[in-house]
Design a protein around this ligand. Structure first.
Ligand code: AMP
Length: 287
């Protein structure tokens, strides 16, 4: 029988536990999250369980990745339900650090990545990635995983994490897992709970616009401006929408491109507010 999910909050405790587990030769898979778990998160946990002796999930709503005007205080939380879901999946450990331990008063060290953090999400959320990279480095130092699992849902975040792992020589394999969607195409997100019934329908314009872009590309269009203009038209036809960006980047280097070339992979990306709720989505296309 699987042992019960164990919750650890203390940093000293997790460091000593990891030492013991490493001595025993256990491989560790790690899924960092901000909680309010849904099938998207759980797909990462399943993937980790398949490929590692032990799976750690962290829940930490990281204040440093929210700008003052963003939704930190209203970010949805339900720890009891998260624990239930993780237990049902037979997750081994929940790491649930305390904000005061992670960011004591004299905290002053940040990890920052230069180029790919400036565009797209970085343009609209200028302090976001510095918060993400800093907390992920801290979490990696606490859990020391062999494998870490991230969702393609946050494709730019995944590219940024791969960059810090390469640059700072973390001995960790980064695994990117596919986007899990609702039946009607809406990408699962903890923030979907904020949408009212009308906005929930309007939110389908994100995945629809990505599909439209893919169709246009499959018909032979290579100029990204033309593709993005068609996406914008569709998005702007929805009254509650307020577009931050649509863009196409080379998947490999996460560089914005103005032409689609054969034999390459690209992400088509969108960030859009529906009412007051900011949503992101993307599609990976390969030739
Ligand atoms: P979050 O709790 O939003 O910080 O997300 C934690 C992890 O789950 C990140 O690596 C996300 O990319 C991933 N994730 C969130 N939503 C989805 C989804 N719909 N499908 C796959 N992965 C997801």
């Amino acid at each position: 029988m699987h042992e019960k999910l164990k919750t650890i909050s203390s940093i000293d405790e997790i460091h000593s536990l990891i030492k013991v587990l490493k001595k025993e030769g256990k491989t560790i898979g790690f899924v960092p999250t901000m909680g309010y778990l849904h099938e998207g998160h759980l797909s990462l946990v399943r993937e980790s369980k398949k490929n590692n002796d032990l799976t750690f999930v962290s829940i930490f709503v990281n204040p440093k990745q929210f700008a003052p005007a963003e939704d930190l205080s209203t970010y949805p939380r339900d720890l009891d339900k998260d624990i239930k879901l993780l237990s049902e999946l037979e997750t081994d450990y929940l790491f649930y650090p305390d904000t005061k331990d992670f960011y004591p008063n004299d905290f002053q060290t940040y990890v920052s990545v230069n180029e790919i953090t400036k565009i797209l999400e970085g343009e609209f959320r200028p302090t976001h990635f510095r918060g993400v990279t800093t907390v992920v480095a801290m979490l990696f130092n606490c859990v020391s995983p062999n494998n870490a699992y991230f969702g393609q849902k946050d494709a730019q975040q995944a590219a940024v994490i791969k960059q810090i792992v390469r640059d700072l020589k973390f001995d960790i394999k980064i695994n990117i897992c596919p986007i899990v969607r609702e039946n009607d195409g809406l990408a699962m997100s903890s923030r979907n709970v904020f949408l009212n019934d009308k906005e929930r329908l309007d939110a389908l314009v994100l995945s629809r616009s990505l599909k439209l872009a893919e169709e246009i590309i499959n018909e032979g269009e290579k100029e990204t401006e033309k593709i993005l203009n068609e996406m914008k038209k569709l998005i702007n036809s929805v009254e509650s929408s307020q577009l931050d960006y649509v863009s196409i980047v080379e998947a490999e280097r996460f560089k914005i491109t103005d032409k689609i070339e054969n034999d390459k992979s690209y992400y088509i990306l969108i960030a859009c507010k529906i009412g007051k709720t900011r949503l992101i989505d993307n599609k990976l296309i390969s030739f």
